[in-house]
Design a protein around this ligand. Structure first.
Ligand SMILES: O=C[C@H](O)[C@H](O)[C@H](O)COP(=O)(O)O
Length: 298
């Protein structure tokens, strides 16, 4: 029997050492292709030919959404693209599209559609967002759109939030960060922490608003079917339902916004007399086999 990689002599480990980088780069390339495939289908299905206002999210997947919009070949000269942060704005401008900041849109403007990525999506289409430190502008842009469409790769497709992605990103005022940490512990988060910058000497990472991000671990979050099956989800036993935890975190003074997108979809909000919803109408996932899987809201 061959020794295990951990304790084997170099002779036995050589093939692993030689092939591992290539394996990882192949995996990374496949993930990028999965994002691109999902973006293409999402844009083909949801981008209106005569779009006037389009929300553009943040992250690595949204790059392929913009690529897919350009590939449609439609006239974009009259379309305004609303970014969700610095990276998003540069992406729009770099593609030759017109970026219009959220705070300059005319009152009453409703976006035709908003596209964005996610860190995790559950069976009810609730999402975790903020892994790349963007969540506040993403939420207000999604909530200004007739429909919010999520695009991701297969790693994000999970039965419950916090299955694979273990923490809830929360944007907080720097002065209140330690207060918020303490309150999060009170409601059952074990070892929440302030996200650091890539360079230690720069201290905590800053969002586009100049705020901090707290990453708060919780056990996987319950969805509607769990509650219907008799589970409580009120945090008493440390387990929360999606909407209860989102509400509880947003109630903490010092929190700007929580990276849980839940509640109404755009069409549900419109039917109720409002506008926009933070839960997507559909989420498109690029799968490992090259196909695209879709989850649609009820
Ligand atoms: O903070 C960043 C945003 O919420 C992103 O949409 C999310 O993290 C997904 O990013 P990516 O497409 O890079 O996986």
């Amino acid at each position: 029997m061959f020794p295990t990689a951990r304790c084997s002599p170099l002779f036995f480990r050589l093939p692993t050492l030689l092939f591992r980088p290539r394996f990882h780069s192949t995996m990374a390339a496949l993930i990028e292709e999965a994002k691109r495939a999902a973006a293409k289908v999402a844009v083909e299905k949801h981008y209106p030919q005569d779009a006037r206002w389009v929300g553009i999210g943040s992250g690595t997947t949204i790059v392929y959404v913009v690529e897919a919009i350009k590939a449609l070949g439609v006239d974009t000269s009259a379309t305004k693209y609303v970014p969700t942060g610095y990276q998003s704005k540069q992406l729009i401008i770099g593609a030759g599209l017109t970026a219009v900041e959220f705070d300059t849109i005319p009152p009453g403007t409703i976006f035709d559609v908003a596209f964005d990525g996610a860190d995790e999506v559950d069976e009810d289409l609730n999402c975790i967002k903020g892994g790349g430190a963007c969540l506040f502008q993403e939420k207000i842009v999604a909530m200004q759109a007739k429909e919010f469409v999520c695009v991701a790769d297969h790693r994000k497709l999970q039965p419950r939030l916090l299955s694979n992605w273990k923490t809830v990103p929360i944007e907080v005022a720097p002065i209140a960060a330690h207060r918020v940490l303490s309150k999060l512990k009170d409601i059952g988060s074990v070892n929440p922490f302030i996200r650091a910058s890539a360079s230690e000497k720069e201290g905590p990472l800053k969002t586009d608003q100049g705020f901090f991000i707290i990453d708060a671990p919780f056990p996987p979050l319950l969805i509607k079917s769990d509650i219907a099956a008799g589970k409580e989800g009120n945090g008493k036993d440390g387990v929360w339902a999606v909407q209860d935890l989102a509400r509880k975190i947003n109630e903490i003074a010092g929190v700007l916004e929580v990276g849980i997108f839940q509640g109404e979809t755009g069409p549900q909000a419109t039917a109720a007399g409002g506008i926009g919803g933070q839960r997507p109408v559909a989420a498109y996932f690029g799968m490992a086999d090259g196909s695209v899987s879709v989850r649609k809201a009820e």
